[in-house]
Design a protein around this ligand. Structure first.
Ligand code: SAM
Ligand code: SF4
Length: 331
């Protein structure tokens, strides 16, 4: 495979790959998918070996950070093998290997994740209230998730909590969730709901502008901008009272695309240059041609079509975006 670093047509170096290993999940978060979700055909999903080969192809083009995601990556059979294989590249081609998980399977896997060389993980948690959790995730799994988070901490993993902030759902609990996270020694990022695929409610009605949340938190705590960056889109603030960090991911209210450094690959090997865009390139087909040059050409094409900005917008009160669910592209 070639070795030219990936740079898109807006001169942005692309060094970060989010690789989905499955679109399936053991939860059914209401903002992410409908209760009756249609999943990708199993026969189209890349094997663990193909995912590894694909990741290696990206590393040869200058990808230095990989985040495994989904769906729920820890429900994918063979995930520990993939983590171990990718982990062997840390300190050479890779600066970092990370994972985003809902935490339900973490108690079983935390040790293996740490042994693979992962140092930081993101765990999604929207509430500490068991019945509210069951309503948001449509599964009563909060105790399991908290046990998983404790196991990750005990295994020495740095945990960042990701919280989708929703008006009328968990907005009133967000300061308490932040205090809990900081008390545990975790960073926390709040995320605006993005219009990806249809769900069983109107997303715009629950959209909470994080500019408003930040203003609200700034009225209660002393927030100062932090230079901390993780390679993702979160912009961080230090909170004097808790000694912790809070991040804001604001695709809807404050576009962050200018500094974009990443691309995403679905579990079926479709490369989406932008989470909020609709164009994709079929890397599975390119890989199955057997010839490395087809894969490289496909990456070059992706650099040409990567848009300057995502397509999310609010139109006449409706949140508008691609038809694909977040669980397909990988968060
Ligand atoms: N299942 C894992 C999890 O929940 O962490 C990984 C995949 S999930 C798609 C990744 C992240 O995307 C999670 O933090 C989730 O809360 C977030 N997410 C899902 N759908 C979203 C949406 N429509 N808008 C904003 N964030 C979303
Ligand atoms: Fe599953 Fe993550 Fe989507 Fe929730 S946000 S349904 S845990 S993929």
């Amino acid at each position: 495979m070639g070795s030219e670093p990936l740079v898109d047509s807006f001169a942005r170096p692309i060094t970060y790959l989010r690789l989905s290993v499955t679109d399936r999940c053991d939860l059914r978060c209401t903002y992410c998918m409908p209760e009756r979700m249609t999943f990708l055909p199993r026969e189209d999903i890349l094997s663990i070996e193909e995912s590894y080969r694909l990741a290696r192809g990206f590393m040869q083009r200058g990808i230095r950070r990989i985040r495994l995601t989904g769906g729920e990556p820890l429900v994918r059979r063979g995930i520990v093998d993939l983590l171990a294989a990718l982990g062997s590249h840390i300190g050479r081609e890779l600066d970092e290997l990370t994972l985003t998980t809902n935490g339900t399977q973490l108690a079983n896997h935390a040790e293996a994740i740490a042994a693979a060389g992962v140092r930081r993980i993101n765990v999604s948690l929207d509430t500490l209230d068991r019945s509210k959790f069951a309503a948001i995730a449509r599964r009563d799994a909060l105790p399991q998730v908290l046990e998983g988070i404790a196991a990750a901490k005990a295994a020495g993993l740095a945990v960042k909590i990701n919280t989708v902030a929703q008006s009328g759902v968990n907005a009133d609990e967000l300061p308490a969730l932040m205090e809990w996270a900081h008390g545990e020694g975790f960073d926390i990022s709040f995320i605006e709901t993005m219009p990806l695929g249809t769900v069983d409610h109107d997303r715009a009605s629950r959209l909470l502008s994080l500019s408003d949340l930040r203003r609200d938190l700034a009225g209660r705590y002393s927030l100062s901008p932090s230079s901390h960056r993780t390679g993702g889109p979160s912009r961080y603030f230090e909170v004097a009272e808790t000694g912790g960090r809070v991040g804001f991911i604001t695709p809807m209210s404050d576009n962050f695309c200018d500094g974009c450094n990443r691309v995403r690959v679905t579990a079926t090997g479709q490369l989406y240059p932008c989470l909020g865009g609709s164009e994709a390139i079929d890397l599975r087909a390119a890989m199955r041609e057997g010839d490395d040059s087809a894969f490289d050409l496909a990456l070059d094409r992706a650099m040409h079509i990567k848009p300057r900005r995502h397509e999310f917008r609010i139109d006449k009160g409706n949140a508008v975006g691609p038809a694909r669910h977040m669980s397909v592209t990988g968060g």
